[in-house]
Ligand binder design. Structure first.
Ligand code: NOJ
Length: 563
């Protein structure tokens, strides 16, 4: 069956919802979310309007990094269910036109993966060269010497681990239990092509490629530079180590050829659940828009369809000029490609913790949701964003589950705070489990929960749902250009969506706690003082008279169609 253009391009104006399976819905009372729980909640996701769900890893894993340490890429961890449960999830999601996107972790495996067990067993094992083994500096027959260079794990301390059996160090960008694969070895490429095929044949809607920029290291093995503070002293990170510049271990040239190779492989499949293309999403933390542009590849060697735009996501303050600049970059500097906007994920404090002021957080979350969903491109949201779940950090070191928080305590409390159970209702465990939840349910669940917000037309949930509906139904929102308006304004961000033959739509968001009035009739795009039809506005706000006088309350939002 061949795909229609719409089916092929489903990811272009899509809403992709990240599920952290461990925390979404438990169905067997063990306090850990499972695949059947996700299946149970598909109607909720359908009602919200999402096109796809991305599951963080559900493969068998010792769970040191909660699934990002994979010991078998072709099965489901019993904690989450079985392959049959997975197939049922894909089939049920398919019935609701929701794609299931898998996490693809290619940078490293678990140290319990068969490949690594073989690799570490002897220097002449066929799998030896699948990982990054090196002699120590000054190593002798009796001494291990020093680690080969100063490279550090992103999770603290040296990235080199001594292994006594074969007397060499292995490299791990993440935890010690996550040895890095050697992408100079063609057998590693082949293995991952087969793994992708395994899941594509099961009908997955694509992959999110984890830590992709970490795939290669500089073959010179030279030390990385130390980042200096303004006094010229080494900056010290939360783990007490000098901060390195990542120049030899991140975004090295070889990565593009691998992404293109995987893309070519994925392009051979059309996914059996849907007669349409699957999508390749990249976890692409990059220093600038130019590097992000490269992640889309070239017409002859396409790479990701949707590398994440972390430029916009992590501005981390409501600075109008910075948002205007980066959204303009996303619009103008990615060629004809689709930006993938996001603000949140399982590795970072939630939206309110990074953008909130503690007083207007609800309205500020509306502001962020509007930028996410009313800008051109696809949108990636994180479970619980739609109800305004808050980051809730562990109070005591002994409660911390994420090893980063254990190594970095108290400066770095880890990522548990943004991984707390989904808040479905106001009951004791928020409807997440009948057992003891693996992470405590935050007290805020009493009021911040799906059940309460579904009933309230002014809730954040209602706001997200309406924004998603507009994204899907307003013609200018489909692929209309994103044009900044009132570009000197330092308090309000305004833009217009414009597509030939359809009404223009204007969006204004107030980045301040004071009321603001904007005049968009004089904007750079030169639209006159025309009338507006309101599509969405902050609850309680008045309708503007016309384009030359839009009044916004503190952190107010207005979306209107130009008449
Ligand atoms: C990025 C993932 O999002 C994060 O959770 C994980 O710890 C690292 N990659 C290592 O896989």
């Amino acid at each position: 069956m061949s795909a229609t253009a719409g089916e092929r391009n489903w990811w272009k104006n899509a809403v992709i919802y990240e599920v952290y399976p461990r925390s979404f819905q438990d169905t067997n009372g063990d306090g850990i979310g499972d695949l059947n729980g996700i299946t149970e909640r598909l109607d909720y996701l359908k009602d919200l309007g999402v096109d796809a769900i991305w599951l963080t890893p559900v493969y068998p894993s010792p769970q040191v990094d909660f699934g990002y340490d994979i010991s078998n890429y072709r099965d489901i961890d019993p904690q989450y269910g079985t392959l049959a449960d997975f197939d049922r999830l894909v089939a049920e999601a398919g019935k609701r036109h929701i794609r299931v996107i898998m996490d693809m972790v290619m940078n490293h495996t678990s140290d319990r993966h068969e490949w690594f067990l073989q690799s570490r067993s002897s220097r002449d094992n066929p799998y030896r060269d699948w990982y990054m083994w090196h002699d120590g500096k000054g190593q002798t027959a009796t001494s291990k010497g020093e680690p080969p260079n100063n490279w550090q794990s992103l999770f603290g301390h040296s990235a080199w681990q001594w292994d006594e059996t074969t007397r060499q160090y292995y490299y791990h960008k993440f935890y010690i239990q996550q040895p890095d694969l050697n992408w100079h070895n063609p057998a590693v490429h082949e293995a991952f092509k087969q793994i992708m095929a395994f899941w594509l044949k099961r009908g997955v809607g694509g992959f999110r490629f984890d830590a992709i920029t970490a795939l290669f290291e500089d073959p010179s093995m030279a030390d990385e530079g130390v980042v200096l503070d303004k006094n010229g002293k080494p900056e010290i990170n939360a783990y007490g180590d000098p901060q390195l510049d990542d120049s030899k271990t991140d975004n090295q040239p070889g990565v593009h050829a691998v992404i293109a190779e995987m893309r070519a492989e994925a392009d051979k499949f059309d996914g059996s659940a849907f007669p349409g293309a699957r999508v390749m999403i990249g976890e692409t933390y990059l220093p600038n828009i130019g590097e992000l542009r490269k992640m889309y590849g070239t017409p002859r060697q396409p790479e990701f369809e949707l590398p994440m735009d972390t430029q916009v996501a992590f501005i981390n303050k409501l600075d109008v000029a910075a948002f205007r600049q980066r959204l303009t970059d996303a619009e103008l500097r990615l060629g004809t490609h689709t930006p993938l906007l996001l603000f949140d994920n399982h590795d970072n404090p939630r939206i309110a913790a990074r953008y909130g002021d503690g007083v207007h957080d609800m309205d500020i979350q509306r502001v962020i949701a509007t930028i996410l969903l009313a800008s051109r491109g696809s949108a990636l949201m994180y479970y619980g964003d739609e109800i305004g779940m808050k980051t809730t950090l562990p109070k005591r070191k002994e409660d911390v589950k994420d090893p980063i928080g254990i190594t970095g305590w108290p400066k770095e409390k880890g990522r548990d705070g943004e991984r707390t159970p989904m808040q479905w209702d106001g009951s004791a465990n928020a409807g997440f489990t009948t057992g003891t939840p693996w992470l405590q349910v935050p007290g805020s669940a009493e009021t911040v929960n799906v059940k309460a917000e579904e009933r309230d037309p002014d809730s954040l949930f209602a706001w997200y749902k309406e924004l998603i509906r507009l994204k899907k139904t307003v013609p200018a929102f489909e692929d209309g250009a994103n044009i900044m308006l009132d570009a000197e304004n330092t308090k309000v961000l305004s833009w217009m969506r414009q597509a030939p033959g359809t009404p223009q739509v204007v969006v204004s968001v107030n980045f301040t706690a004071q009321p603001q009035t904007v005049n968009l009739a004089i904007g750079g795009a030169g639209i006159g003082p025309r009338k507006l039809k309101t599509l969405l506005k902050t609850p309680g706000a008045a309708d503007p008279v016309a384009l030359n006088r839009i009044e916004l309350g503190p952190y107010g939002v207005y979306i209107g169609e130009v008449q």
